[in-house]
Each structure stands twice: as structure tokens, then as C-alpha cells.
Design a protein. Structure first.
Length: 284
């Protein structure tokens, strides 16, 4: 089954890692659009359900960071030397940390509750209209949140260049990130509704926004590692570090603020299990 899926993907897309990354970016963006559009039919999802779904997304990202990025980066692309990949992990986390100094945490934009370390919207954007500033900052924060995911997909396909055995791992990473994009897209749309934005319009905008960010970053990741091979373990670590930062700094605190920690934790465990299964099934 796994071999058939891989062969079908290659037959439809071809063997170029850049084109494969482009296709992967389109797929995960479409899955985000699907999640954002769920608000059209599921008009009032409970906070409990959202926390469980976001916990699932965190679990998928957590497992993927290790199974598809950090471990292959060390074992297969650094000859067992952990330093390049771990430097990348640190740089990825540092990038997201510094970005938070310029753009308010997604937590603040989603809930209206300011964290002490969050950027001040009035200081970070020269926008006088308060509503416009809120929308712009909202899009910036969620865009930043999704950058590591698109980059990870591109790096995965770039790593598989000339190595068909690794294509299964890239496909499992693509599917896993696409799956976790569904609850993320829904959560963003629900937050936009709570902020008073139009349901139908924002559901579409959220999906388009994800596509604009994740597609070019997937291509960029593939181009970078396919043309500069020594960059590969650093890039894999960078994508993983950024994803781990988002999990710890944004998703888990968000899912633990309303009293549904148990549901969120069970969702996280389910996400880990799904990602581990996909990794084994498609890489085998």
C-alpha cells in the first residue's frame, strides 16, 4: 500500500524534488483551507473540541519534528554527527523567539489576553486604525506560526532528492502536517468569528493565507537543500526547532487555558500515535 502510494505520487508529480515540494505545499495548504471552511457547517465548535483537535495537531508536529527531521538529520545526513542538526534546532527556535518580539503572540490575538512577554501591537505596527491593526497582526502571527510547517515539507522532499527510499518519509511528513492543518485552520476561523469578522469571507481568507505562506516556503526548502547539500542537516534542524517552539510557546498553552487539559493531552497522544504510524507505514 505504501509503495503504491509513493509510486502514484511520483507518476503524477514526477521526480524533481522542487516540483514534489510544490505539490506538497499545495496539498497542505488545501487541507488548511478545508479546515478553515469547516466553520461554514460547524458553526459553533465547543472549546473542548477545539482544544482536543489542537492537541492532536501538537502531537503530530511533536512526533514529526523528531522522526522526520531531527533523527534523519543526525543519522542519515550528518554521518551520526549531531552538531549541525542541533545547531539548526537552536536557530529555528531563536528565529521564532525573536519574531515574537516583533509580532504579538498568536495567544494574545486569539484570546485578547496579553502575556507579559508579548509584543505591543501599538509599538510593532504603524497602523492607526485599531481594527485594521488587529486583522494585520492576526494574519502576521498565524502566518509566522505556519512558516515552519511549509519549510519542513520542502526540506523533507529536498532530502529525498535522488533517494527514492526517503520519499516515503517526505510523504508521511506532508500528510501529517496536512492533517494537523485541518484543526488549525478551523481554530483560526473560529477565533476570527469571535473577533467579529465575517464567517464565509474569513474561512476563505484563512485558507488562502496558508497557501500563500506554505507553498513558497515548501519550494524554498526543497531548492535550498537540493542545491546546497551540506545545508540539509541545518535546514532539517531549523524546521524542527521552529515547530517545537510553536508547540511549546503557542499551542500547548492555548489548549491548557480553559480547563480542558486532559482532552488536549489525549489529543496530543493521538497525534503522536498517528504520526508514528504514518512514518512507519509510508517509509517501509
Amino acid at each position: 500500500m505504501a509503495a503504491e502510494f509513493t509510486e502514484t505520487f511520483v507518476r503524477l508529480v514526477g521526480t524533481s524534488p522542487v516540483i514534489q515540494a510544490l505539490a506538497g505545499g499545495v496539498i497542505i495548504a488545501l487541507m488548511n483551507l478545508f479546515g478553515a471552511s469547516l466553520v461554514l457547517v460547524w458553526r459553533d465548535p465547543s472549546e473542548r473540541a477545539l482544544d482536543g483537535m489542537l492537541g492532536f495537531a501538537a502531537g503530530v508536529m511533536l512526533a514529526a519534528a523528531f522522526t522526520s527531521l531531527i533523527i534523519p538529520g543526525i543519522e542519515e545526513y550528518s554521518g551520526g554527527n549531531p552538531i549541525p542538526t542541533l545547531i539548526g534546532v537552536g536557530l529555528g527556535a531563536l528565529f521564532l523567539d525573536q519574531a515574537d518580539a516583533l509580532v504579538p503572540h498568536a495567544h494574545y490575538l486569539l484570546t485578547g489576553e496579553r502575556r507579559t512577554d508579548a509584543a505591543d501591537p501599538e509599538e510593532t505596527l504603524p497602523v492607526t486604525d485599531e481594527r485594521l491593526a488587529g486583522v494585520v497582526l492576526f494574519i502576521l502571527a498565524i502566518t509566522l506560526h505556519n512558516m515552519p510547517e511549509g519549510l519542513a515539507v520542502g526540506v523533507g522532499f529536498g532530502a529525498a532528492a535522488g533517494d527514492p527510499a526517503q520519499l516515503g518519509s517526505a510523504l508521511s511528513l506532508m500528510l501529517a502536517i496536512g492533517l494537523q492543518n485541518i484543526p488549525e485552520g478551523l481554530a483560526v476561523s473560529v477565533a476570527a468569528l469571535n473577533a467579529g469578522l465575517d464567517r464565509r469571507l474569513y474561512a476563505a481568507i484563512a485558507g488562502i493565507r496558508a497557501g500563500v505562506v506554505e507553498i513558497p516556503l515548501a519550494v524554498l526548502g526543497a531548492v535550498a537543500v537540493a542545491t546546497i547539500e551540506p545545508l540539509l542537516p541545518y535546514a532539517m534542524g531549523f524546521a524542527a526547532g521552529a515547530m517545537l517552539f510553536v508547540i511549546s510557546d503557542e499551542i500547548i498553552p492555548e489548549t491548557h487555558r480553559s480547563g480542558y487539559e486532559r482532552v488536549a493531552t489525549l489529543g496530543l497522544m493521538a497525534g503522536v500515535i498517528v504520526m508514528l504510524y504514518l512514518d512507519i507505514a509510508l517509509a517501509g
